[in-house]
Design a protein around this ligand. Sequence first.
Ligand code: GDP
Length: 355
Amino acid sequence: GLKCGIIGLPNVGKSTLFNALTKSHIAAANFPFCTIEPNIGMLSVPDDRLNQIASIVKPKRIVPTTIEFVDTAGLVKNASQGEGLGNQFLTKIREVEVIAHVVRCFEDETIIHINGNIDPKSDINIINTELILADIDLCEKAIIRVQKRIKSNDQNAQLELVLLKKCLKFLSNFGMLRHLNLSNEEKSAIRYLSFITLKPTMYIANINNYSSNYNYYLDQVRFLASNEKTIFIIVCATIESELAEHMKLGIQEPEYGLNNVIKAGYKLLNLQTYFTAGHKEVRAWTIPVGTTALQAANKIHTDFAKGFIRAQTISFNDFITFKGEKGAKKAGKIHLEGREYIVKDGDVINFLFNV
Ligand code: GDP
């Protein structure tokens, strides 16, 4: 599954959100360093299509895809200089694929704000500055290593040096690398470094309750997110956490609620889902948009890919409309696709292969 890191200043509601997301019971206390060890929680990705397919096939098992949430603590001003739990935090956050940046937009005098007052714009700035400083440090060290490789006549090193210098310059102007126009080749050349500011990031505004009218803080975060052309989600972590205990989902409007955190992770990483629908199990699989049938087969089993003959595909809508494979076949809605076929979101696939 996909790995998502939750970041934000202390006391903004990260642990509460994490609780809500994973229904686990880590302590969410009014204490800045409550989550001392990064906490990890697995979550099944809710997908109603999976249930609809299962209601037709009636399999023994239903297997959703998963998303892993990492709740990180310790990012404060000067974390990159090792303050708070800074370094530990930065190592953890390098391992995730997508970042959820939680911002406090709720007022509550009993809950200490680390800088005295609520100011989403400044809060975001503090965090982003620390991430940029951490990436500058990483980049400078990488440049030193690459320069050594140049001395030993490594051909690729020269190109990498140019690229890293470009990154360093951008970071030094307080840019986040995800806003630097890097080609896919350039991105894969520096992938091994796991720059934090290159990771797709969503902003999550944490509010007091869903029914309150206008919230001045929300607009600040919304504006910032839209400037960065990224996803903005509003949650009420405390309410979602209570609902989670009762296994209910909160508000489901486009900008609001927990479900959108998961959807946003998918969207930011350009991921989609295809299904396999056997009598043993109906299962959802996560693949990047643009994946070929052969690559999708390989995700299930390398044998599927090695002996690949054809992918027998039915669109999700046809599968439901014609009540499963038999019906779809009668209606002429089964397609036989070759290895280069680009899998579509929602495809129900049966791989035909030689053993
Ligand atoms: P973290 O340090 O970012 O992980 O923050 P926590 O999740 O531990 O939350 C800190 C405190 O704020 C806890 O006492 C939470 O119950 C409280 N809290 C979290 N979200 C909200 C909210 O939306 N409204 C209010 N009033 N309190 C909240």
